[in-house]
Write a protein that binds this ligand. Structure first.
Ligand code: AVJ
Length: 317
């Protein structure tokens, strides 16, 4: 590159990981590449769509049960959020928790993390806000709050757990178990299995925002990794796989074509696809079994009347 624009340093291991995904029997790209600036904006818009039930439903569950949630978390807990925590759900929680020892948002994206930590500090001036830049799928060192916490409560909203395969979700629960420590707990949003039509509608919205969100991943890779995807040559697909209990989101190639990433070139045939996301949906029993295997017991489950979504309080065994 000979222009003098600021360059983002692309870590080799990120590029290697992307190339490795594209060399799999079914090409795949991690859903983390959805979230550049435009992707985060699009996701925000998705959460306000009438078809996309998870966000509004989870918010309603939080609002309706916040008193009970606060009493389970108790006084002087340290709230450790996996993810940067700029959401409305986090704010509802912070407004109602009593005398928190600390709020510890954990995220890999430093800019985003520090920006949302600053906002939280502004709105909750008495709160000890201790952001940690880390990949939360790996164990990390917790900061030491000024006030010694009575317990650690990990918060993981949004059914982000759904992005993980069952093996990876198990591993992540083990990390949460470790970070929660003795006497600790986990407050987690888990999307539930239901009528497949309701699920498929949420990922195939009539405004086409989810399709745009999906294709935007390619725009992101073009910009940040110098790839040369033709966005118009890929179609959005989101199907609920009932046996696996998950939505499978893909970009389907509309023609035989080639693209390059780094120094590698790839060919993809017409109707072949790149897998961009899994969104797993759980049964209450299925999730409880997975939680138990990772050393948690389900203490309380809150749901909406239609049982679309759950928020669960798990205690560490
Ligand atoms: C952020 C992973 C919870 O799985 O519903 C929304 C992402 N993808 N529409 C989900 C998403 C397409 C979302 N999660």
């Amino acid at each position: 590159m000979t222009n003098n624009a600021a360059q983002r340093i692309v870590p080799d291991d990120e590029l290697d990981e992307l190339i490795d995904g594209l060399r799999q029997p079914e090409m795949m790209i991690s859903p983390k590449y959805f979230y550049d600036e435009r992707g985060s904006q699009l996701f925000d818009e998705i959460t306000r769509l009438p078809e996309y039930y998870p966000t509004e439903t989870e918010l309603g569950i939080m609002r309706d049960n916040i008193g009970e949630m606060a009493s389970l978390v108790g006084k002087q807990a340290s709230l450790i959020e996996f993810g940067s925590g700029s959401s409305l759900k986090t704010r509802i929680l912070l407004e109602h928790l009593d005398e928190l020892a600390a709020y510890v948002p954990v995220d890999i994206s430093e800019d985003h993390l520090l920006q949302s930590a600053r906002q939280i500090r502004e709105d909750f001036p008495d709160l000890d806000v201790l952001p940690v830049v880390a990949d939360f799928t790996q164990p990390f060192q917790l900061p030491t709050p000024e006030v010694m916490p009575v317990r650690n409560v990990v918060y993981f909203p949004g059914s982000t757990i759904g992005n993980f395969t069952h093996d990876a979700a198990h591993e992540l629960l083990l990390v949460m178990h470790e970070e929660a420590g003795a006497g600790g707990a986990l407050l987690i949003g888990v999307d539930l299995q239901k009528d497949p039509e309701i699920i498929e509608r949420a990922y195939n919205d009539s405004a086409g925002l989810t399709a745009e969100f999906n294709r935007n991943m390619l725009r992101h890779l073009n910009r940040e990794f110098g790839a040369d995807f033709d966005l118009d040559a890929f179609a959005h697909s989101a199907e609920y796989n009932e046996e696996e209990g998950r939505v499978e989101i893909r970009l389907v190639s509309e023609q035989d074509q080639e693209f390059t990433l780094g120094d590698e070139s790839f060919s993809i045939g017409k109707d072949e696809a790149i897998l961009t996301e899994y969104s797993h949906k759980y049964t209450l029993d299925g999730f409880a079994a997975m939680a138990e295997a990772a050393g948690f017991r389900v203490e309380r489950v809150w749901m909406d009347d239609e049982r679309l979504f759950s928020v669960q309080y798990l205690v560490r065994l």
